[in-house]
Design a protein around this ligand. Structure first.
Ligand code: ADP
Length: 170
């Protein structure tokens, strides 16, 4: 698998699957979630509502992942995952790592070859960017998958630099 970094907007990525930093309601939010639903159109929310009415009545648990259509996005699938809210007193890094691992597991089930990840939990959920990047890169690197092209799509120069350091193993 090749891991690359891209500066920009994840909704513009021409990949098989885009990962959404969702919240457990699956019914939309800000940040990446808001952008995906805005650009992807109502088909995504419609499938999310169906998931809430069936398998995920209590919402999608933290660290898990589930796929829907990508609606009008260039991608074929959106893989929704729920990152943990950062805590300074409790180590939730296993849950954050699980987001990446579970997203890749769902991607494999769908025969995805190219995938775009955001910096899960590093926005509204408050995870320090360097640590979020280290967990993201380390987990994707260490997961067995059929995915060939894994991209981290970073919105800000700071995030891009943090992921560069993580990729360099610094
Ligand atoms: P979380 O709630 O998991 O923290 P956010 O969506 O708030 O997720 O933020 C995750 C990261 O994604 C942040 O670094 C944020 O700057 C970035 N981000 C926000 N919008 C986009 C976008 N359209 N494409 C890529 N990254 C984005």
């Amino acid at each position: 698998m090749e891991i690359t970094l891209v500066r920009g907007d994840i909704t513009a990525q021409d990949v098989d699957a885009v990962v959404n930093a969702a919240n457990s309601s699956l019914l939309g939010g800000g940040g990446v979630d808001g952008a995906i639903h805005r650009r992807g159109g109502p088909a995504i929310l419609e499938e999310c509502r169906k998931l809430r009415a069936s398998h995920y009545g209590g919402g999608l648990p933290t660290g898990q992942a589930v796929a829907t259509t990508a609606g009008d996005l260039p991608a074929r699938w959106v893989i929704h995952t729920v990152g943990p809210v950062y805590s300074a007193t409790e180590d939730r890094s296993a849950q954050l790592a699980s987001c990446y691992r579970e997203s890749l597991r769902v991607a494999d089930e769908l025969d995805v070859r190219s995938i775009a990840f955001p910096a899960v939990s590093a926005g509204v959920y408050g995870w320090p960017m360097d640590d979020a990047a280290r967990i993201a890169v380390g987990t994707v690197r260490g997961t067995m998958t059929q995915v060939k092209d894994a991209r981290f799509v970073l919105f800000t120069p700071d995030a891009h630099e943090a992921f560069e350091r993580a990729l360099a193993g610094a």
